[in-house]
Design a protein around this ligand. Structure first.
Ligand code: CTP
Length: 499
């Protein structure tokens, strides 16, 4: 129902608290935001009937900060937006196709649309739009809590128009559709995902009838563009307790369409050995715990994503070994390898791929290094491979401890503390964080008479490996000496192996 352009919202800083409004036992909102006051005065003078609608009303009532305001104008919204833009000394960006206009003003985004009726055809996301009343505009919205309007004209300024019981649902913390959910979700199946998203963001419940409708028509999510799906999915991940939204996706059957690899994690398989029934843990539920743990420590959505996917390859590497039990050998490497396809399919920003892959690939390693006999070179190697992700990797490892036994949990945490401490010591010893071959590519090329090629990387890596293994120190002179001593051997290897 909205243009794609609308999706690109500016980031809202949670520190920018714009509005402080009201409690939920009222039918008027005190408008205190200067921009809204100015806009209301202007509209009143121009005799243009205008309402604040949708999510901004919900957020005002919930006292959530917002910089996006949506307005419904009875009449020509574009003409009004253009006049207002002049007054605000800004520009109205007009989307003729959708008959909407947007004014960027200070750090706000003001969106204007005329009251309209939208009718959707089967299997199409393109509504037929005709002029309508305010009620038509409101009834076509997704949830009752998003379907309230606030009048901005004359004596009515601040009056809440709540035709579908949105205020009551805010109080009850429930998501309900204004119309029969089958209709509301058919109009735009993305709303099924939005239900999970709002439930997760606001910690609300979804009405039973809505849940049933989602279960029945979950497969209709297939007609929605991946960008819109991913947008909602990431909002779930960014919420305070993402497991709320993810469990809804799983329980309603949406998850298998939008993230089938995660759906594969759910459930427990059993094997019998010596008459004993042996199961493994439900990897999906474990993952959700790890994810919530990470979410309680950081807003970094890519670390949250890594937490969500750290065991993604467990179902594909799962094997029952007699005498050992369930094993998942190699799941971290395979999991890292699965990410590329998932990032592409979900249209996730590829500059975060390497970060997520690295964390998944290494998430078992700190545990392996717990023993007292661990060598400096093993610690160095982990620090080198983790690079910038090292601290985040440890955050994930600590969050991966989901035992209910407090003694065990304490012990595991202390183990990680010890490994982290040892790594710090090694790092301090040889400033490994900035580590790379002290002899740089250009010098290697000059000494070995090479042009830029993979051969240069081969030699650089050989020098780095020697440092990591403690053969030479992380020092320019030693590295150069080592290069001069070994270059003929390496050049021969390069030639023989056609590197
Ligand atoms: N809306 C809808 N169906 C959709 C998307 C939006 O009915 N699929 C309506 C809702 O009334 C919503 C308003 O359009 O409140 C604005 O949409 P949007 O900006 O996407 O969501 P918000 O509710 O404002 O929430 P957020 O800003 O967190 O995305």
């Amino acid at each position: 129902m909205e243009p794609e352009e609308k999706k690109k919202k500016p980031r809202i800083s949670s520190k920018k608290k714009v509005i402080s409004i009201t409690n939920l036992n009222t039918n008027t909102i005190q408008i205190s935001n200067p921009i809204l006051i100015e806009l209301a005065d202007f509209a009143t003078k121009q005799k243009v009937e205008i309402y604040l609608v949708g999510g901004s009303v919900r957020d005002m009532l919930l006292n959530r900060p917002t910089t996006d305001f949506d307005f419904t104008v009875v009449g020509d919204s574009i003409a009004f937006a253009k006049q207002l833009a002049k007054k605000f000394k800004s520009n109205a960006v007009v989307y003729e196709k959708f008959r909407t206009a947007m004014i960027p003003y200070k750090n706000y985004k003001l969106e204007f649309v005329g009251t309209r009726k939208e009718v959707y055809e089967e299997d199409s996301r393109n509504p037929i739009v005709t002029e309508g009343t305010l009620e038509d505009d409101i009834r076509r919205r997704d949830f009752t809590i998003n379907a309230m309007a606030v009048a901005l004209n004359g004596d009515s300024v601040g009056k809440i128009i709540d035709l579908f019981g949105g205020m009551n649902d805010l109080k009850l913390k429930i998501l309900r559709t204004p119309l029969d959910p089958m209709i509301t979700f058919s109009d735009d199946p993305l709303r099924m995902l939005r239900a999970a998203r709002f439930a997760s963001q606001l910690n609300f419940n979804i009405d039973e009838i809505c849940l049933e409708a989602i279960k029945q028509m979950a497969d209709r999510i297939k007609i929605i563009s991946q960008e819109r799906i991913t947008d909602e999915f990431l909002k779930i991940l960014k919420s305070e307790k993402p497991s709320i939204g993810l469990l809804i996706l799983h329980n309603t059957g949406l998850l298998k369409y939008i993230f089938p690899e995660l759906e594969e994690l759910a459930g427990i398989e059993y094997q019998f050995e010596n008459g004993e029934k042996i199961g493994h843990k439900d990897i999906f539920l474990h993952t959700l715990k790890v994810l919530d743990n990470v979410a309680s420590k950081t807003d970094n959505v890519w670390l949250r994503f890594a937490a969500l996917t750290h065991d993604i390859a467990k179902p594909r590497t799962k094997k029952f070994v007699k005498g050992t039990g369930w094993t998942f050998w190699g799941h971290e490497e395979l999991g890292a390898k699965m990410m590329k396809k998932i990032f592409h399919r979900m249209r996730l920003p590829l500059d975060n791929l390497n970060y997520v892959e690295t964390i998944i690939r290494l998430h078992q390693r700190p545990m392996v290094l717990v023993g007292s006999e661990v060598t400096d070179s093993a610690l160095r190697r982990l620090a080198f491979q983790a690079g910038e992700t090292l601290e985040d990797l440890f955050t994930l490892c600590r969050s991966d401890i989901t035992t209910n036994n407090p003694k065990l949990s304490k012990k595991y945490l202390e183990n990680y503390d010890r490994v982290a401490e040892k790594i710090l010591q090694v790092q301090e010893k040889d400033k490994l964080r900035e580590f790379q071959s002290p002899v740089r590519g250009e010098e290697i090329m000059a000494i070995c008479n090479l042009s830029p090629s993979r051969a240069v990387g081969y030699i650089k890596k050989a020098i780095e490996e020697a440092i990591l293994d403690g053969v030479i120190a992380n020092d320019y002179d030693e590295a150069k000496k080592y290069l001069l001593e070994n270059k003929d051997k390496w050049l021969k290897e390069i030639e023989e192996n056609k590197i």
